[in-house]
Structure formats: C-alpha cells, structure tokens
Design a protein around this ligand. Structure first.
Ligand SMILES: Nc1ncnc2c1ncn2[C@@H]1O[C@H](COP(=O)(O)OP(=O)(O)OP(=O)(O)O)[C@@H](O)[C@H]1O
Ligand SMILES: [Mg+2]
Length: 461
C-alpha cells in the first residue's frame, strides 16, 4: 500500500504546492482546508502522516495535533507555520509532533522531514510490535517467566482457560497460584464476568458457610439483612477457592453438593438458586496426602481435581530470576534509569539461594535491597540469610525424579557443589582440611571450587 499523507492548510496555494511535491515523491496525498475536515478524513481512512499548518481558522494546528494523538496515535504529524516561535515549537513537540517546519521552507527541507517522520514512525511501530511479542512469550497474564517449566505451564494454562473445567492449582507458597487463577479467568470466555477470590483459610469457621452460600434474613444472630454468598456474586464468572485444603470437613460436604447440583441455598433460606460458576481451587498443601489422612474428602478431591496444574518452585527455574528481578523492581517503581539493576555477585548469590518463599520472597528481597542501596541490588544489600545461603544446601533431601525427568549431569554437579560447601563449613573454611574430609587432594579440591565459582581469590588457605 502507498504511504498516505494528509495536507491541512487553509491556503489553497500551499495545499497544492505540497501535494504536487509529495505526489512526485510517490506518496498518495489527501488535502483538507481546515482541522474539522482533516479529522473527518482521518476517521475515514488510514493516514500515515499529517502535515498541518498551525494558524488556521477554527481549530488550530496544535489543537488538531492533540486530537490526532488521541484518536490515531499511529499517525505522525508535522507542523508548519509562518510564525515560528520557540514556545510553539516546544508545545508541538510535547504534544507529540515529529517536527516543526518554519515558512518559508525549501523543497528539499520538506522532503527530508517527511522521510524522517515516516521512518521514525515505522521504528516506533516496530518497537511496539516487538514489545508486544516479547510480552506474549515471557508470560501469561501477570505471570512472568521464560524457563521451559514456565513455558509449559503457560501453554497448559491457556489451554484450560478456554475450557470450563474445574482446575486445581498446586504449588508452594509464593509460586503464583493466585496469579495463575486470575490469568485463567482473564483468558477465558468468562473474562467480562466477575472473578471472585476467597481464602478458605482466612475466614472463621463459623462464617464460611454464609460467606460462600449467603444467608437469609435472621438466619443466625447478627444476620440482619439477607445476603448473597460468593457463589451468587460470581454468577457467570469464576470463583477462586484459595487454600481449599483449609476448608472444614462439614463445609467440604456442602461445597461438594453445590458443585454437583450447580445450585445454592442460602443459610436459613428455603429457595435454591441455579449458579453458573466456574471453580478454580488452589492449595499449597498436598491434597492427596490430606485425603489419605482423612482431612480432605476424597469425592471432593476428585470433583475439583479435573485438571491439575503445578506451579514450579523458583529454585527449579533459576533462569527466570533475572527477568523476575527486573519485573518486580519495576512493579515497585524502584528502577533507576540505565542498565543493570543488580550486580553480578548479587545475582549469583540469589541464583544459589533456595527461596522457600519463592517469587513472593524474591519480591521482598528486591524491594528491601533497592530501598537500602537506592538503585542497584548489591551483595551487601541482600539479607544475611540469603548471603549465607550458599552454605545452606539441604543434604538430606531425598533423591527425586519429577515426571518430566531430570538432567543427571547438572544434578550431580549440584550435589558435588553441596558437598564442597558442606566440607568447607565443617572445616571452618580451611581448604586443606575440607579436601581431607572429602578424600581428595588439595589440588583437585581447589580446582573444583574454582569450577563452581566458589573460590575466594584473596584467600589461599
Ligand atoms: N511468575 C510470576 N511472575 C511475576 N510475579 C509473580 C510470579 N509468581 C508469583 N509472583 C508474585 O509473587 C507474589 C505471590 O504470588 P501469589 O500470591 O500468586 O502466590 P501463591 O502461590 O498464591 O502463594 P500462597 O500460597 O502463599 O498464597 C505476588 O506478589 C505475585 O505477584
Ligand atoms: Mg495465594
């Protein structure tokens, strides 16, 4: 398609002059004698660039520029005026004009400006597209990550979002279960309907029933008026039952019935009401284990466990840490301009840390560090237990192979590293002794330390 330019000027001779000039350059040119006509043309067809006079009867060029920025932000604007003043130029730039041309101008001048404005606009458009694309690849809803584990998760979440299935989201604390639930809703056909979240562990036992199912007037002491429960509030949308493992057994029975019959009866009420609600549930406890223990109903477990999604802990996807740090820092509005917000030593330390609190904990660390050190996360700004974390590997964790398998080499290296650190800890940092503890020569011990970047150059003990 030809690049389309709209020329706006109240003077016919000027419109004609610019039109002829630009048509000769191969552009398609439309004209308008005033701003109102210009806006009509803009609404009617896609226009790449507007060249407008500033002084015109009716809306002037600056006002037109402001309107264009609002209605068609993709269109570039060049302003022309006979009375060039510094203030007007500044205002035009602030409003988003690409450039400012003072009459009288040379033919060459306008050609160059038009060319530059269009080139800049293309660049800007390309950037926006790249950014959009990057966003899609790096996350799902507000969940961020590019690791294979997270990519798989995003693919699964987007698949289940389309369906109406009940989803059980499992995962350690702070792994993003709530974000996942929200992302599923926001990407589902129910996205324009309510998303209602309830933390089953946070409501006193005596109130859960009326909270979930509502109550009739006078149903119990304190029930002054009648009230719709969360199921009714989520009508047409999604109800997120967070920490479902905390639900008392009696409530589990009640919930199961509602899920089966798809209707609710308010506490103390007699009428039942059909509810069309998609249920998402989450737990950081092992629900299957709870079933075995008898603290979670098996039939309810099967009812909600239609699709199971497990959020991977942060320590199993450390490659996401840099991206998350950037994201979390921006979220706290704490990023200073310029490159890198974390020193390489600090990053290395974080990537060695086990993050029992997962992304939530990382968020807290990032916030704290940026407040302490202002604009850069340094090793010194990290909490002491994180700094000391390299020594805190858990040697007693049983060997486990997840369903998708593991890579043995890196796993063995990880184990080796843990033994090296443990030996150093036991020998209070005396490397000769540590090497003895592991039955290896001092030389190879030192070699291994260097390999895992555990060596401290200044210290040659
Ligand atoms: N993948 C992620 N990308 C960006 N932010 C994340 C991600 N995972 C978690 N977070 C952030 O970490 C915090 C904890 O997330 P969320 O509340 O969803 O975790 P949770 O699994 O529900 O934890 P809990 O079991 O403790 O309730 C939130 O501030 C959330 O925004
Ligand atoms: Mg949660």
């Amino acid at each position: 398609m030809k690049t389309r330019i709209l020329v706006v000027d109240d003077e016919l001779s000027m419109r004609e002059f610019i039109s002829i000039l630009l048509e000769r350059e191969g552009y398609e040119v439309l004209t308008a004698a005033d701003a109102t006509t210009a806006l009509e043309r803009l609404a009617a067809s896609a226009i790449d660039l507007v060249i407008s006079d500033v002084q015109m009867p009716g809306l002037n060029g600056l006002e037109l520029l402001a309107r264009i920025r609002e209605s068609s932000p993709e269109t570039a604007v060049l302003l022309i005026t006979a009375y060039s003043t510094a203030e007007q130029a500044v205002e035009a730039m602030k409003l988003g004009a690409y450039d400012y041309l003072a009459k009288p101008f040379k033919v060459e001048e306008i050609k160059v400006l038009v060319h530059n404005a269009l080139e800049k606009r293309d660049l800007k458009r390309e950037n926006v597209m790249l950014r959009e694309k990057a966003k899609v690849c790096a996350g799902f809803g507000n969940l961020i990550g590019t690791s294979p584990r997270m990519r798989e998760l995003f693919a699964l979440l987007s698949k289940v979002a389309d369906s109406a299935s009940t989803v059980l989201i499992l995962g350690e604390s702070g792994t993003g279960k709530e974000l996942a639930a929200r992302a599923v809703h926001d990407n589902s056909p129910r996205k324009t309907k309510p998303f209602v979240a309830v933390n089953c562990g946070a409501i006193p036992e005596t109130l859960i029933e009326s909270e979930l199912f509502g109550h009739a007037k006078g149903a119990f002491t304190g029930a002054v008026g009648e009230r719709a429960g969360l199921f009714e509030q989520a009508q047409g949308g999604t109800l997120f039952l967070d920490e479902i493992g905390e639900l008392p057994l009696a409530m589990q029975t009640r919930l199961l019935r509602v899920l089966q019959e798809r209707e609710v009866r308010r506490v103390g009420g007699s009428a039942t009401k059909k509810v069309d609600v998609r249920v998402l549930a989450a737990s950081n406890r092992d629900l299957a284990e709870q079933v075995k223990e008898g603290s979670f109903r098996e039939d309810l477990y099967y009812r909600i466990n239609v699709v199971q999604v497990t959020m991977p802990p942060l320590r199993e996807r450390i490659e996401d840490i840099p991206l998350l740090i950037e994201h979390l820092a921006t979220k706290h509005g704490l990023v200073a301009a310029g490159s890198g917000i974390i020193t390489s030593e600090a990053l290395k330390c974080l990537m060695n840390y086990l993050f029992p609190g997962n992304v939530r904990e990382l968020g807290n660390i990032v916030e704290r560090s940026l407040v302490l050190s202002r604009d850069k996360i340094t090793l010194e700004s990290l909490p002491a237990h994180v700094k000391g974390s390299a020594k805190r590997f858990d040697l007693h964790s049983p060997v486990a192979i997840p369903d998708e398998g593991i890579a043995l080499e890196p796993a063995l290296e990880q184990l080796e590293k843990q033994y090296l650190l443990k030996a150093l800890e036991k020998s209070s940092g005396v490397k000769k002794k540590a090497a003895e503890l592991l039955g290896m020569s001092f030389r190879s011990f030192r070699y291994k330390l260097a390999k895992y970047e555990l060596a401290n150059e200044s210290d040659e003990s």
